[in-house]
Write a protein that binds this ligand. Structure first.
Ligand code: GAR
Length: 194
């Protein structure tokens, strides 16, 4: 935890790979007066990730990680996390799978947002699969990360109804809106217990 003008704020690192709309939203929440967290570091698995612009704009330290060799990549990430006294890692559209060793090292300190109602529809192409299966609902889930893909303890979930003329893009967009409400709520919930 970092002391900030008498208030203890949780130091967060956000991991991204692409657009970074969740990152942008978390930054917005972190800047609120009563926020309990501060984003100290942005890690990107992709040097061209659009989301890096938000780190630039809000003057947050950012690192693009070369993922040619996963062990070197994670060593680099680990060093940055330690250097910046990070308390909590938020995966936000981070499309790399962390190794068991890395997850073990930061046990209970990594959370992820996934665009489905877990445990249903783990992995990729969730919206397409949900529509193919003619589900009535989908949604999003914030959960702790453990060594199994999208399987850690659920922190919060939000249901989103499927509409008649939905396609994967439309559904993704509506779910993303809910993600932006859910992730800050989930952070608030777990920070109280860290
Ligand atoms: C979000 O919908 C997030 O839930 C999903 O990627 C999108 C990233 O959007 N994550 C996964 O699919 C992880 N398995 P963003 O870059 O605009 O935040």
């Amino acid at each position: 935890m970092g002391k900030l003008i008498g208030i203890t704020k949780t130091k967060v690192a956000v991991f991204i790979s692409g657009n970074g709309s969740n990152l942008k939203n978390l930054i917005k929440h972190s800047l609120k007066k009563d926020s309990q967290f501060i984003i100290k570091l942005v890690i990107s698995s992709n040097s061209k990730a659009k989301g890096l612009q938000y780190a630039r704009k809000f003057k947050i330290k950012k690192k693009s990680i070369n993922y040619n060799n996963i062990l070197n990549a994670e060593k680099h990430i680990n060093d940055e996390l330690i250097k910046n006294y990070i308390d909590l890692i938020c995966l936000a559209g981070f499309m790399k799978i962390l190794t068991k060793n890395f997850i073990k090292k930061f046990k209970g300190k990594i959370i992820n947002i996934h665009p489905s109602l877990l445990p249903k529809y783990k992995g990729l192409n969730t919206h397409q699969k949900v529509l193919e299966n003619k589900e009535k609902f989908s949604g999003c889930t914030v959960h702790f990360v453990n060594s199994k893909l999208d399987a850690g303890k659920i922190i919060l979930q939000k249901k989103v109804p499927i509409l008649k003329n939905d396609n994967p893009e439309k559904l993704a967009k509506r779910i993303l809106k809910q993600e932006h409400l859910l992730y800050p709520k989930a952070l608030k919930k777990i920070i109280a217990r860290l």
